[in-house]
Design a protein around this ligand. Structure first.
Ligand code: GLU
Length: 500
């Protein structure tokens, strides 16, 4: 048997972490099994579905590194958009109608609302009371002939519906809890439960892997399989994804959409890795896994029942580990548009800028998780936004500039920075040593004031690595000119000379 799975998003928005995780689990499971992965678009909600959202979802899945064997762009079990499959739903409905499995329902929205209100008031879950279940055939014909457009409901018979969930084990539902569901609306559009079953049957889906929020739909769907005379697939319901506070994910949890990670310059393989860990763990205990390793190791048996918790700290750790391993030129390519958009770089980017970015990324890679964190880093501020006047608003810098011992080191160092040639790592070390000798300082007493002199800040990356980057930046063109070490040290020494 060839495994056939599907991911079936509704194009009514962008992918959020929860449904991206569902896509990832389907993809990993299918690739490991050597099966076929199908991307189906569930666009029966005509008001909210758009082609833009559909295109966005496809692009987001591709960004994540997922591919599919059949979908709106390829495959021969299509069409793969539900809106283009209405004849199939109609045909399946006719078959059910002939077998007496469905009936027409003329209830008005007002009647249904009243039913609902009554059920809730009496403390029952809302359920269709079966008003049109036994309408005489003549009445149905007469009303349809008169122009009424009834919905069609599926007749649920009393009994127990049982299935073995691949994650949650045996599950049983009492069908008396299920009201006869609408399968076709009065306007001819199918409902979710009906369309999904007709499609899964026709597309020969063997495994349905989806969020736990769909578990209560499963008994209805199983009864529909039975009525259509089709063998059901295996079901695997994934635990929910919650926010760090264990509440359902929402905007207030920060980034919960895939595109936000893409836009911030997270590496797709890092997000894939993190999403795989939301409910699954590797048998080796390893947490940092390449896409190939994930495919080789993924197994539904290792998916737990506990909710996955989206933890931004863990996500950043995973992302940092991947960033450290990534090829530097690729990182530069990803960083450039982010820096251009942020106004740090002007296009076109010269080979000199690229070389500078390589050194910068090498320096910052160990401490960031995404390329936008490079843009927002202290190092970037130090390099491209050096501003001695502004630095006075930092009380710690102010304190240092007011401290006589600190001032002496700053002035001495400034006098030792050559005005006509750039500092490299070597000349920088010499100037620092000489400053130490002349002022009788060492260690923090020496290097802290030098840091202030070159960066107008009290902390930041290692100076010996920063200095060549400052000098290189001062020779390149940036949206605003970057002062070199001599200019920096001189202006800070002047500030330190003023009474503060
Ligand atoms: N369109 C449904 C959703 O996005 C698919 C559910 C299913 O996999 O059956 O939740």
């Amino acid at each position: 048997m060839t495994v056939r799975t599907r991911f079936a998003p509704s194009p009514t928005g962008r992918l959020h972490v929860g449904n991206a995780r569902t896509a990832v689990f389907n993809w990993l499971f299918t690739r490991r099994a050597g099966g076929r992965f199908i991307l189906r678009i569930e666009d029966t909600d005509q008001e909210r579905s758009t082609r833009e959202f559909e295109a966005g979802i496809l692009a987001e899945l591709r960004w994540l590194g997922l591919d599919w064997d059949e979908g709106v762009d390829s495959g021969d079990s299509g069409p793969y958009r539900q809106s283009e499959r209405r004849d199939r739903y109609e045909a399946a409905f006719r078959r059910l109608l002939e077998k007496g499995e469905v009936y027409y329902c003329f209830c008005t929205p007002e009647q249904r609302e009243a039913d609902r209100g009554r059920d809730l008031k009496e403390g029952r879950p809302p359920r269709y009371p079966g008003r049109c279940r036994e309408l005489p055939a003549e009445e149905v014909s007469r009303r349809m002939f008169a122009g009424e457009r009834p919905a069609a409901r599926f007749r649920i018979l009393e009994g127990t519906v049982e299935f073995e969930d691949l994650i949650r084990g045996p599950i049983a539902f009492d069908s008396r809890q299920i009201g006869d569901p609408v399968i076709l609306r009065g306007d001819g559009w199918p409902t979710y439960n009906f369309a999904v079953v007709v499609d899964d049957v026709e597309m020969e889906i063997t495994h349905v892997i989806r969020g736990e929020d769909h578990i209560t739909n499963t008994p209805r769907q199983l009864l529909l399989y039975r009525a259509l005379g089709a063998a059901p697939p295996r079901f695997a319901h994934l635990p929910l994804v919650l926010g760090p506070d264990h509440a359902p994910l929402s905007k207030r949890h920060g980034d919960t959409s895939l595109w936000q990670y893409q836009e911030k310059g997270y590496l797709p393989e890092a997000i894939l890795n993190y999403l795989a860990l939301l409910g699954w763990s590797s048998p080796t205990g390893k947490e940092i896994l390449s896409p190939e390793e994930l495919v080789a190791e993924f197994d539904l048996e290792r998916v737990g029942r506990a909710a996955g918790v989206l933890d931004p700290v863990k996500l950043d750790w995973v992302a940092n580990q991947h960033l450290r391993r990534a090829e530097i030129n690729r990182l530069v390519d990803l960083a450039i548009p982010i820096l251009e958009a942020g106004g740090e770089l002007k296009s076109p980017v010269s080979p000199g800028h690229r070389a500078w970015l390589i050194s910068l990324l090498d320096l910052l890679k160990p401490s960031v998780s995404s390329l936008s964190q490079i843009r927002d880093s202290d190092a970037m501020d130090i390099l491209l936004r050096f501003n001695p006047e502004n630095s006075l608003s930092d009380p710690e810098v102010r304190k240092d500039l007011g401290d006589p011992r600190c001032r002496e080191v700053i002035r001495t160092f400034a006098s030792l920075v050559p005005s006509d040639s750039p500092l490299d790592a070597q000349t920088y070390k010499q100037a620092a040593q000489e400053t130490g000798k002349r002022t009788g300082t060492k260690g923090r007493d020496l290097y802290h004031p030098i840091r202030v002199a070159l960066t107008a800040r009290v902390s930041g990356p290692e100076l010996v690595k920063l200095v060549p980057l400052i000098e290189e930046a001062s020779r390149l063109e940036f949206p605003s000119p970057v002062p070199g070490c001599f200019d920096r040290a001189t202006s800070i020494a002047n500030l330190a000379g003023e009474a503060l």
